[in-house]
Design a protein around this ligand. Structure first.
Ligand code: 13P
Length: 288
């Protein structure tokens, strides 16, 4: 298959009450982990790259890894730009072949957020690229994006109507009490806010900060209209733990093909668990 936009996948998820997981990847190894797990469970998949990942791997290299990945497996595969703030970077990746982007202008005042998102939507439409944007702000850290507790802001369900209408986005990232990174105390999800947003607007809704979120909260969020679940931190932890365990046993190891293997295995187990949790197992035939 080819790299897809996430539009039809998320619309199907919305119609049938499940979510497509979006896993943050960093390189060839982590990409392979995700596509192998998804292929084995016959799940559609979103592979997400933050600006820091693009900087680390290179936009051209990464897009070509994704193109190859999409040809290697017979499942719907989306390569998605996560939390991108720079419009030129977004345009560059679209021209390279990326078909799904998040423009994150949520730090800006409302009218500037609308303006910036509209500009990306206009460009994206020419290439059939799906666009996600965020209203509200999640506390925590996602690579270079850091929001302190005092700056966080939950999504206003009424403003969401205006935002979606004026920008023409395909999906909306909502702030309902989740946080990027691990939780310092038990998360309190504002389900009535999510229900109001779901009632007010009819496009797919995205949950950021799903690492370390109890399974029951992920399920409750999906039952109330979340159709894309973003997971990053937990995957990094699983990968690193696998590698650390290997080095603890063999401190003199020096072959990346050997010491990366347990990292990949640990991460793959987790990717499979999250696919099952989101209910996207066996949904790979959705577009056929
Ligand atoms: P976590 O790092 O908390 O899983 O959040 C991932 C995310 O929302 C990526 O956009």
């Amino acid at each position: 298959m080819f790299i897809l936009s996430n539009r039809n996948l998320l619309l199907d998820a919305q119609k049938n009450n499940y979510a497509v997981p979006a896993f943050n990847i960093h390189n060839l190894e982590t990409t392979k982990v995700v596509i192998e797990a998804a292929d084995e469970l016959r799940s559609p998949i979103i592979l997400a790259a933050t600006p820091a990942t693009i900087k680390f791997s290179g936009a051209n290299f990464l897009t070509n890894i994704m193109k190859t990945a999409a040809r290697e497996v017979d499942i719907p595969l989306v390569y998605h730009l996560d939390h991108h703030e720079n419009i030129d970077d977004i345009k560059k990746s679209i021209l390279l072949g990326c078909r799904s982007v998040m423009i994150d202008a949520s730090k800006l005042p409302y009218e500037e957020n609308v303006k910036k998102v509209k500009e990306v939507v206009k460009f994206a439409r020419r290439y059939d690229v799906s666009v996600e944007a965020e209203l509200g702000k999640l506390v925590g850290q996602e690579d270079d994006l850091i929001i302190e507790k005092g700056e966080s802001q939950l999504t206003d369900p009424n403003l969401a109507v205006d935002f979606v209408e004026r920008t023409g986005i395909d999906s909306l990232a909502v702030a309902i009490g989740t946080a990027h990174g691990l939780y310092k105390k038990e998360p309190k999800i504002d389900y009535s806010r999510l229900e109001k947003i779901r009632k007010n607007i009819d496009i797919p809704l995205v949950l950021h900060g799903a690492s370390d979120l109890p399974d029951r909260d992920v399920k409750k969020s999906i039952a109330r209209g979340i159709t894309k679940v973003n997971i990053a931190t937990e995957l990094k932890i699983a990968f690193s733990e696998g590698v650390k365990t290997y080095f603890a046993k063999k401190p003199d190891a020096n072959d990346p093909r050997r010491y990366l293997k347990p990292g990949k295995e640990k991460m793959k187990e987790l990717v499979k668990e999250k696919i099952i949790l989101c209910g996207s197992k066996n949904k790979a035939e959705v577009l056929k």
